[in-house]
Design a protein around this ligand. Structure first.
Ligand SMILES: [Zn+2]
Length: 347
């Protein structure tokens, strides 16, 4: 259909649409969080399902670029460019601005603006306070692209401080046992440690080797994590050495031989999925900690209400319920059907 000349804003679908490689902007010829290598990639954050190695040019916040370098090595891309929060950049006439997403260190929402239309691709985000990263910044837009990882009314995350209290009480009650907390290496591990420090826990915290580099990086960026020690020290042969200690490990390490060195460990797991008791039980978790770096149902719907966009596009998660909620609240909404973005481990 021909449009009259005086209509200058373009249809949002022309500005950004799903392609097999990821969310694509034809005018700027770039992808957001592509699932395979492309010429130009804009990356929202360092989690493995959003940041992949091998693209020619990568644009991301300096912290996300550092995290990609730590995870993939120097050659994660041919060239990289830093996007500062709140500073607009021009890509072939398209204005691109990164804003904090409150998800993990360096995480960003990406605002894409062209011919009077602004779309915000929020990546993964949350609204609760988190001292390990910059807080989510609401950005007015025509289209808000939201995740829906916990996009069902049943998902309501408890207060993080209450979950940490559970862990501290267990440490006090069972001083002869060690506590191993399974936590994803980027974001969750550092957030658990930060919350423990905020609750006044000042003993050394022991780390699985896979977490050391990222914890050091967080500390270099000014995130206070207190005294951290390797849990794999050659000097600790006695099982009793770790009695009463708190050890943080990637979830995958909890079931393998590595964990057998600790005395009668209490297995804990920090994840939004721990809200589903059945899942905690099946994984043999003794102390589930419901702690998520993603929005719960209330955070999702409150954010949409606050931003009041003309359209909401819903991706990676439980799209249907959130689309329906938008429709009932007179906001046009549709699922985006992007594939490859639900890595349960990072939740
Ligand atoms: Zn993520």
């Amino acid at each position: 259909m021909l449009r009259p000349d005086y209509v200058i804003s373009m249809r949002p679908e022309e500005l950004l649409h799903p392609a097999p490689e990821g969310l694509y902007c034809p005018a700027g010829d770039f992808y957001i969080d592509p699932v395979r290598p492309v010429d130009r990639a804009l990356i929202t954050h360092g989690h493995a399902d959003h940041a992949r190695a091998g693209s020619n040019h990568v644009l991301a916040t300096s912290q996300t670029l550092d995290i990609m370098r730590i995870r993939f090595g120097e050659h994660y891309a041919r060239t990289s460019q830093i996007a500062d929060y709140g500073k607009p950049l021009n890509i072939k006439g398209v204005t691109v601005t990164f804003y904090p997403a409150g998800h993990v260190l360096g995480s960003a929402q990406i605002a894409v603006e062209y011919q009077g239309t602004r779309i915000v691709a929020s990546g993964d985000y949350k609204r609760v306070a988190d001292k390990t990263c910059a807080p989510f910044e609401p950005v007015a837009c025509d289209v808000f692209i939201t995740e829906a990882t916990f996009g069902l009314p049943v998902f309501r995350h408890p207060r993080p401080s209450d979950e940490i209290t559970k862990l501290l009480q267990s440490l006090q009650l069972l001083p002869e046992r060690s506590h191993i907390v399974g936590a994803y290496a980027l974001g969750k591990a550092q957030r658990v440690i930060s919350l423990l420090r905020q609750a006044g826990y000042d003993a050394p915290i022991y780390l699985h080797g896979a977490l050391e580099k990222l914890c050091q990086y967080y500390q270099s960026q000014g995130v206070a994590l207190g005294e951290l020690r390797p849990a794999t020290s050659e000097t600790t042969h006695q099982k009793t050495d770790f009695a009463g200690s708190l050890i943080i490990a990637p979830p995958a390490a909890m079931a393998d031989r590595w964990s057998r060195r600790f005395p009668d460990p209490v297995s804990c797991y920090a994840s939004g999925w721990m809200r589903i008791h059945q899942r905690a039980k099946q994984s043999g978790i003794e102390l589930p900690l419901i702690l998520s770096d993603h929005c719960d149902w209330d955070e999702l719907t409150d954010t949409i209400t606050e931003l009041s966009p003309s359209q909401v596009w819903v991706t990676h998660g439980r799209e249907e319920a959130l689309v329906r909620w938008c429709t009932l609240n007179s906001i046009a909404a549709k699922p985006l059907h992007l594939v490859g973005y639900e890595d349960e481990a990072d939740i």
